[in-house]
Design a binder for this molecule. Structure first.
Ligand SMILES: [Zn+2]
Length: 143
């Protein structure tokens, strides 16, 4: 799952303002197969100066919100993304996927995308229209 694809869809569907920032994601139920992913965020002004200029100022957050996205919805949204863009759902065309994030040292590492093997393109036969691999979740959780 590419969190950005889900975030963009949440932005559209809930008409979130430009300064709305997502800062936390958690899979539920914990310790077993994920049924839904919780997205948390809120409206944050930007930091104006210093090394972190332009980044969200989480200390001044307002209008916090929580969204619970069933994995079945996330799958369908990623199917939509691939169908609309023709790009790989995992790396969104960047050909790389996240390997490591360290918030203490503020470093992020990437590796070649495991889904598309670095092509950046959607796998043939992977879309819902063609009855692809991600079609087994027919029953929606919650509704
Ligand atoms: Zn990829």
């Amino acid at each position: 799952m590419n969190l950005r694809t889900i975030e963009e869809r949440l932005r559209r569907e809930h008409d979130l303002p430009d300064d709305f920032v997502f800062w936390a994601w958690e899979c539920f139920p914990s310790g077993s197969l994920t049924l839904y992913v919780e997205f948390r965020g809120g409206q944050c002004p930007r930091i104006m100066r210093g090394r972190r200029a332009g980044r969200p100022n989480y200390r001044k957050v307002a209008n916090k919100r929580v969204f619970n996205v069933p994995v079945t919805d996330a799958d369908r949204w990623e199917d939509d993304y691939e169908r609309d863009t023709g790009k790989c759902r995992q790396c969104r065309g960047s050909r790389q996927e996240l390997s490591k994030i360290n918030f203490v040292t503020d470093t992020t590492e990437y590796r070649t995308c495991s889904q598309c093997k670095g092509s950046g393109k959607m796998r043939p036969g992977n879309s819902t229209n063609q009855g692809g691999l991600n079609h087994e979740h027919e029953n929606r959780v919650g509704g």
